[in-house]
Design a binder for this molecule. Structure first.
Ligand SMILES: O=c1ccn([C@@H]2O[C@H](COP(=O)(O)O)[C@@H](O)[C@H]2O)c(=O)[nH]1
Length: 272
């Protein structure tokens, strides 16, 4: 998907919400466990209830891999459902991959070609030759972890090397990679004030911002420091939407929760 198309969808839906599909068999309503594929049944109900209010879905791959072959089949079915019914919605494989070049190419093929995701999250630790294989794919996006939402982000990401914080090095050095126009970055909503500095280094890049809802990040703060004239934000909520109710009404409540966030986003977009 091209950036211009994603931006047009954001304006059309007045939303930059990404719904995280972190589907956990221990948390989904118990009546779904009788279904042949409970994970897909849950995802389908959530997608049906939330698609009007969001522009992206982000299955976190760990939640599928945890169930082995069955989990992988549920992921395939979820992607086929999204690609068939909602091809206008941006899809993110939250896989946090990255390896030596030939291995990265296989990861890229798995997620961009076999599963037909629009984007994938990548850990930048192994550097240029681990990231560039993903950037070769036309109309696909590579979302580099820059400043993550968790407490452990302070172990390395904010440490200075040669006078610059490591996360800032990730932002500036990655801009020199071949195909860097296809890069986006992860910045946690829990670190919203850092977005001011981040926007000086990457004024236009799209950011995937997890951490509102269950992790306590503030949408208002993220917008205050991170929004650009072309929006430049995809703000993710997973548990806050998926498990807003664990009863028979889970999909309806998830839809209402997504709508509530979409309305806050519409108010932010009206300020642009
Ligand atoms: O810095 C990061 C990078 C990725 N994540 C992922 O986003 C979702 C957040 O889920 P919530 O339930 O809304 O907290 C989850 O898949 C994380 O693995 C992140 O939280 N922070």
């Amino acid at each position: 998907m091209k950036n211009e198309y994603l931006i047009s969808q954001i304006h059309k839906k007045k939303s930059f919400l990404c719904v995280g599909l972190d589907t956990d068999l221990e948390k989904i309503p118990s009546h779904l466990l009788q279904e042949e594929d409970p994970i897909f049944a849950f995802n389908k109900a959530i997608i049906d209830a939330t698609h009007e209010y969001c522009v992206a879905y982000k299955p976190n791959i760990a939640f599928y891999e945890a169930y082995g072959l069955d989990g992988w089949k549920s992921l395939e079915r979820t992607m086929a459902y999204l690609n068939e019914n909602h091809p206008e919605i941006f899809t993110i494989a939250d896989a946090k991959r990255g390896d030596i070049g030939n291995t990265s190419t296989r990861y890229a093929k798995a997620f961009f070609e076999t599963l037909n995701f629009d984007s994938i999250t990548i850990a930048p630790y192994m550097g240029k030759d681990s990231v560039e294989p993903f950037l070769e794919f036309e109309d696909k996006h590579t979302i580099l972890l820059a400043l993550t939402s968790n407490q452990g982000a302070f172990d390395f990401q904010t440490k200075k090397i040669e006078g610059h914080e490591l996360y800032k090095e990730v932002l500036s050095v990655s801009k020199t990679y071949k195909g860097s126009e296809r890069l986006m970055y992860v910045v946690g909503a829990t670190k919203a004030t850092y977005l001011k500095d981040i926007r000086e280094l990457i004024p236009e890049s799209f950011l995937l911002v997890p951490g509102v809802g269950a992790q306590g990040g503030s949408l208002e703060e993220v917008c205050k420091y991170g929004i650009t004239k072309d929006v430049g934000l995809l703000v993710n909520s997973s548990r806050g939407i998926l498990y807003a109710s664990t009863d028979m009404d889970f999909a309806e409540v998830a839809g209402n929760k997504a709508k509530e966030i979409q309305q806050q986003m519409a108010a932010e977009l009206a300020k642009l």
